[in-house]
Design a binder for this molecule. Structure first.
Ligand SMILES: [Zn+2]
Ligand SMILES: [Zn+2]
Length: 88
């Protein structure tokens, strides 16, 4: 059966294929997953000078699409920056 993204977005009790969260109604949010660099969706936008072999993708629960991706080193740095800002 063909995957129907519209059905996933509209459905009431569908689950996120990546994190298992229940995707109902207007729920928002993201989940993240680690994939080999060769699987980057937007390799031309990947800013990485570290030679990282893995990247982190942020997938929207609304669209189930990759909304953002960055290399592992940048992801780690961004996480530290965000945590520092929260705890300020
Ligand atoms: Zn998810
Ligand atoms: Zn990198």
């Amino acid at each position: 059966m063909k995957e129907d993204v519209g059905r996933i977005v509209a459905g009431g009790d569908d689950m996120c294929e990546i994190c298992g969260a229940t995707l109902g109604g207007f729920q928002s949010g993201f989940c993240a997953r680690k994939v080999p660099r060769s699987e980057a969706k937007y390799p031309e936008y990947l800013i990485c000078s570290h030679g990282c072999t893995e990247i982190i993708q942020l997938i929207s629960h609304v669209s189930q699409e990759v909304e953002f991706e960055l290399c592992k080193s940048e992801a780690r740095h961004m996480a530290q920056v965000l945590l520092a800002a929260i705890e300020e």
